[in-house]
Design a protein around this ligand. Structure first.
Ligand code: HEC
Length: 177
């Protein structure tokens, strides 16, 4: 009887030991899996790290001179587009004009005499302009708009405007240099 009991206890003890050993292995497995996960995380980090480096590389390859060249090109393109827009709008002054011209004439002839509704005035001499204005005012040259504008204008203003418009071409040339 004692022997049988001892045998059962031994078997139970062996069984328990085996179970402990098994669970130990499970724990070890779990630890290993965790280690593997940790490793892959490090690898992923390294991978993204390398990616960043490869993305930066082309930028680093561009020398300062290249960048400046590129910027200058972009700026030139932008300036040209802007100039085209300005020309189209025809309302950006290259040189400043008298308040009288700005008020009474620029709306039709442009801020610098480039012409909008009214013809282009740049290139006309002071004498030509003065003759045109005199003729409009007297009715010798018939134009309702110009007549209406000039009917109340005195000779000194007409002369001043003629002289000013006569200088537009020269002023424009100076601006463009
Ligand atoms: C409301 C629009 C308008 C305004 C403002 C105006 N003009 Fe005119 N102007 C015209 C038109 C339109 C003509 C063309 C008339 C024609 O050929 O019969 C003209 C013609 C002229 C001409 C003749 C140009 C040429 O080559 O034949 C001169 C010079 C002139 N204007 C000067 C002026 C001056 C200076 C002012 C400001 C005091 C002025 N204009 C204001 C519309 C205007």
């Amino acid at each position: 009887m004692k022997h049988i009991l001892a045998a059962i206890v031994t078997v139970l003890a062996l069984g328990a030991m085996f179970m402990v050993y098994q669970s130990d292995r499970e724990v070890n497995k779990l630890e290993e899996i965790q280690k593997m996960i940790a490793k892959t995380q490090i690898k992923v980090k390294l991978d993204t790290g390398t990616q960043l480096v490869t993305q930066e590389a082309p930028v680093e390859k561009m020398s300062n001179a290249d960048i400046e060249k590129e910027q200058a090109k972009k700026k030139k393109e932008l300036d040209e587009k802007l100039q085209a827009l300005k020309n189209k709008a025809g309302n950006v002054a290259a040189f400043s004009v008298s308040p009288l011209y700005k008020q009474k004439c620029s709306s039709c002839h442009g801020v610098n005499g480039e012409g909008i509704i009214g013809p282009k005035l740049v290139g006309l001499s002071a004498e030509t302009v003065h003759k045109d204005l005199t003729d409009f005012k007297s009715g010798k040259r018939k134009n309702y708009v110009m007549y209406g504008l000039l009917s109340k204008m005195d000779e000194s203003q007409m002369q001043a405007l003629s002289d000013e418009i006569g200088s537009f071409e020269q002023k424009l040339k100076e601006q463009q240099q």
